[in-house]
Design a protein around this ligand. Structure first.
Ligand code: DAT
Ligand code: MG
Length: 140
């Protein structure tokens, strides 16, 4: 399989607890290469646009307010089968259900404050990378 790219966010609960490096190490240990990375703070409008697919869910307000509560680190991860591999390293959405050794098992505080975001499919990965990174920031 060819190299694939996926989009990742280290969320406010994790940046606040100074876990950026520990989480990045998990990606690298899994064979994912961090090919773009920056620390930003979202506006509410940006958080609402990014999570637009969840706009009718009961947790939308809580989710978007959380995502703007502290800076986040947005990254592009590259590797063989990167989208699925990243989802595996992240663990289940609810940390109570996440497998041993996953980021969410080790670091997530709750289903909402769950430390990381990762794209779920090639289409969303491409959209999410383009939402946060310009072509100039993406070295081939
Ligand atoms: P994932 O982040 O694993 O792709 P998702 O796309 O279903 O999960 O949901 C996006 C985020 O929304 C998730 O990371 C945390 C939040 N969320 C999901 N379900 C929730 C719930 N039942 N209560 C509170 N927040 C929730
Ligand atoms: Mg999702």
């Amino acid at each position: 399989m060819a190299l694939e790219r996926t989009f990742s966010i280290i969320k406010p609960d994790a940046t606040k607890r100074n876990l950026t490096g520990a989480i990045a190490a998990k990606f690298e240990e899994a064979g994912l290469r961090i090919v773009a990375s920056k620390r930003i703070q979202l506006t509410l409008a940006q958080a609402q646009a990014f999570y637009g697919v969840h706009k009718d869910r009961p947790f939308f307000g809580e989710l978007t307010e959380f995502m703007i509560s502290e800076p986040i680190v947005v990254q592009v991860l590259e590797g063989e089968n990167a989208i699925a591999k990243n989802r595996e390293v992240m663990g289940a959405t609810n940390p109570a259900e996440a497998a041993e050794g996953t980021i969410r098992k080790e670091y997530a505080l709750s289903i909402g404050e769950n430390s990381v975001h990762g794209s779920d499919a090639p289409e969303t990965a491409a959209e999410e990378i383009a939402f946060f990174f310009s072509g100039l920031e993406l070295v081939g």
